[in-house]
Every structure is written in structure tokens, then in C-alpha cells.
Design a protein around this ligand. Sequence first.
Ligand SMILES: [Zn+2]
Length: 294
Amino acid sequence: MIPQVKLLTRALGTPGPAVPDSRLLREVAGGRPAAFQPLIERHWQPVRSYLGTCVGDPRTADRLAEEALAWAYRLALRQLGSTLPWRVEVLASARSSAIRLLLQEYGACALTPGFRRWAMAGGPRPLNTTRDRLTKSYRRLPPSQQTLLWHTAVECEDTDRVAAITGTRPAHVTAALGRALTALREEYTALYRRAVEQRPTCADTARTLSAAANATVAYVDPEGHLAGCALCQECRSDLFDLRGGLRRQLPVMLLGWWDESGYRRQLAETSPPRLPQLPQLPQDLLAQEKPHWW
Ligand SMILES: [Zn+2]
């Protein structure tokens, strides 16, 4: 364990057994700052890696990662959660901090070329509204299932970490993922059927497609409708590849900036032995348990 982590652990207390993010955040709000320690351990590396795709200078990326976690700590104190997975909230905060560098003298120089271009263009997100049905369906799921799907389908994290973040036993993660995908498929199908209610053949096709995808069997199209209907072809693509669709669509819809290959590279380079260098986080924040300054 590197010295900074020892200091941090001593300052915050010994981590308890793995509990889900949602409960840790409630404990922080309830006056137990030590509950923030496992959150740092679970999320520092991804947050720092994401910032590595926004900011070329490692020290600046370290500082912004501290700021993002400090911001998240303050929100937890105020019990201001959102319905998004906590990881996504912190990544969004990190991205916003990186964008603000544009306002500082020489700040833009610290950004990676790709992120700078994206930020200078106003931080665009995809505007193709006909392809956001999967994201809309995802957002209709309970927060626990959204969290599970983000960490499995989008970030492809290992089972132990997903189990800890979601409060699921490792042996039950696969089954929980299956239930979440089924729920997502049902939401998607309902949204699609509403969108095509004036086209009964499309609505019927969606129901059959959904049942086939749920049973992981090939879809048989006796009427030949699919061949001539682009809408239902899109529906089939989404329903039969929910995980791939989420991975392609969710990050850019929820965060705007997403450099997947760069993120994977940063994750590999920011290995656990280089974990949190957050010497100022506990001292600064634990002194501010009562957020009168907010
Ligand atoms: Zn159709």
C-alpha cells in the first residue's frame, strides 16, 4: 500500500465489508464520513482514467479527479443524489471540470486534442433522436438496474467490483443481469409499440421479436415484413444486442464525451498500485461535514 493510501485509510477509518454504493452514500449523509472510503477505492481509478482521455497532463488529471470526488462527497452530505449511477455522476462532474479548463489561461493546452475539439464545438451529443430509444428505456429502469447495466454492459467491470457496487453476491450477478436485460427489453418493446401504434403490423412484429430475443431464439418472419421495414429492422438490432447497444449508445448520450479506446488504455495504465493520491480530500472535506458553506 502506498503511503498516501495509508494516510487516507487512517484518516477515514478502516473500510467495512462491501456494501453497495447507494447505502454508502446514505451512510455518508447520515454522518459517517468513513463510508466514503470504499467509494474512493471503487471509483478513483475509472474517474482518473476517464480524465486521462480529457486531459493530457497527469497532474492536472489527478487534481480534477480529486475535485470530482470532493464534489461527489459534498452532494452526498446534502443527500442530493440523482437517478443516474453514481459512477456516471462523478464522470460527468469530471468532464465538466475539464471543460472549465477552456476558461483558464493556457488551460486549453492541458486538454487532449480530441477532447479539446469536442469541448470547443460546444460539447455536442448525438441528436439522432430516432436512435435514442434504448437510452430512454434504460432511464425508465429502477436505479439499481441502471447501475448494474452501466457497470456490466458499458464498463465491462469484473464481477467482484460489480457485486460490491450493486450490493449483489458475486454468484448472483449473472442472474441479476439477466433480469435487468429482460426488464430493459420490456421497456424498449413498450416504447416501440407506442411509437408504431398506427402500424399494427409493426407493433405485432415488435412483440414477436421481443419474445424471440428473450428466449434467445432466432426470429422467424413468415410475413416477410421485416425485409421491407427499416423501423422493425432497427428494433430487431436493438432487442437482439442490448448489451452492445448500451455500450455504443449510453456513454455518448449520458456523458457526451466518450473515448472508449482511450479510456481502456488509461485504465490499463492507471493500475491499482497507483491508487488514490488524495492527501487533501479527507482533511478538507471532513472539516466540512455541516455544509453551511454550500
Ligand atoms: Zn415494421
